[in-house]
Write a protein that binds this ligand. Structure first.
Ligand code: TMP
Length: 209
């Protein structure tokens, strides 16, 4: 039986190689185990046909065009997956969301906070994640992990060390501006330790018994 009432929207954010997808899978399993009747949807951004334009090859978009592509993919994803699932009372766990656009395009590609905020208002509107977990890892360790793991989706990984250092600072800044929504998790440790830190944050912030 599905839980009644509105669902919960949790986003997982961070730089490259922080272990987001592994942790998302572990969190989904934990929720199913520990929260009675929890229905869980695992999803990610960017998704659909726009993803390949952004993560493969080495085409250079203007920062605005790039942000628009991410928001175009997001508009589809919101209507097809996120909003209907939340309306059904499901837990939606999303690997990256709009904080990635703020960090990557807004800060690191220098589009600016104001423009990303304006796009957010237009495309996403009032909806905000109930909780955003920001996985933090030193840039060199994350990039090393990411490059070992994937040899095709490397467009962002190849953007250089300074770009990725800016991203890390950006995610800290985003968390500091919205402490009620965001929790920074130290992701530079064993998978199980990181998972327990995430679970503690979920229980604490979302009143899971
Ligand atoms: P992933 O590797 O976590 O699946 O994400 C794909 C890449 O897209 C990652 O390098 C971050 C980047 N990205 C942005 O630049 N802006 C965004 O809005 C999103 C969602 C992802």
């Amino acid at each position: 039986m599905p839980i009644s009432g509105p669902g919960r929207f949790i986003t997982i954010e961070g730089g490259e190689g922080a272990g987001k997808s592994t942790q998302l899978g572990l969190l989904a399993a934990r929720l199913k185990l520990e929260v009675k009747n929890a229905g869980v949807v695992e999803t990610r951004e960017p998704n659909g046909p726009i993803r390949n334009l952004l993560v493969q090859g080495d085409r250079s978009w203007t920062p605005m065009a790039e942000a628009l592509l991410h928001f175009a993919a997001r508009a589809e994803h919101l209507e097809e997956t996120v909003r209907p699932s939340l309306a059904e009372g499901l837990w939606v766990l999303c690997d990256r969301f709009a904080d990635s656009t703020m960090a990557y395009q807004g800060y690191a590609q220098e589009l600016g906070r104001d423009r990303v905020e304006a796009l957010y208002e237009m495309v996403v509107g009032e909806l905000k994640p109930d909780l955003t977990l920001i996985l933090d890892i030193p840039v060199a360790i994350g990039l090393d992990r990411a490059m070992r793991r994937d040899i095709t989706e490397t467009r962002y990984e190849r953007m250089g060390r300074a770009f990725h250092e800016t991203l890390r600072t950006a995610f800290h800044d985003i968390a500091a501006r919205e402490p009620e929504r965001c929790v920074v998790i130290d992701a530079n440790g064993p998978v199980e330790t990181v998972h327990e830190a995430i679970w503690a944050a979920v229980k604490d912030r979302l009143n899971v018994e």
